[in-house]
Design a protein around this ligand. Structure first.
Ligand SMILES: [Zn+2]
Length: 156
């Protein structure tokens, strides 16, 4: 993947959430769909609680909220089957997560490189280093050898 498409509304929701939580780190889930081989469109976001002990410098998604999210999108339904017309039930698809860097640039930290969240397709970082000009950058990871690739973000 090379490009992430995101609407103004979702972009503003994410930045707004990160601003409200500042100077703590904020985190949330991203939903999306594949447009083609190189492009993913973000179709929604969901703010999640940061339960890290030191939320000013770390984020830890509340596992209860994460499980409840997985349940809501049908990921925990082991009996899920295609409906009678052969269409998949219309749950949003998990595309990745976002979190904020309240004081630092929007590039993955060594801790970010070390989390399991990097295995999701889209890893979005909001930097509030310049509070008047928040930036969003999106990354994907190659796992072996470990490296991150930056995606181009196209606002719709
Ligand atoms: Zn980070």
């Amino acid at each position: 993947m090379k490009t992430i498409e995101i609407t103004d509304n979702i972009y503003s929701d994410i930045v707004g959430h990160c601003r409200r939580e500042w100077p703590k780190e904020a985190c949330g889930a991203l939903f999306g769909e594949t447009v083609n081989e190189t492009t993913m469109r973000i179709t929604g976001s969901l703010a999640l609680a940061n339960v890290a002990r030191d939320p000013h410098h770390h984020f830890q998604i509340d596992p209860r909220e994460w499980i409840s999210l997985l349940s809501r999108i049908g990921a925990l339904d082991i009996h899920r089957t295609d409906d009678s017309s052969g269409n998949r039930t219309d749950h949003p698809k998990l595309a990745g997560i976002y979190h904020s860097h309240p004081e630092t640039p929007g590039v993955p930290s060594s801790e970010d490189l070390d989390t399991a969240w990097r295995q999701l397709p889209c890893f979005l970082i909001v930097s509030l280093q310049n509070p008047y000009d928040p930036s969003i950058r999106a990354f994907g990871f190659d796992l072996s050898p470990l490296k991150f690739n930056e995606y181009e973000i196209i606002k719709l």
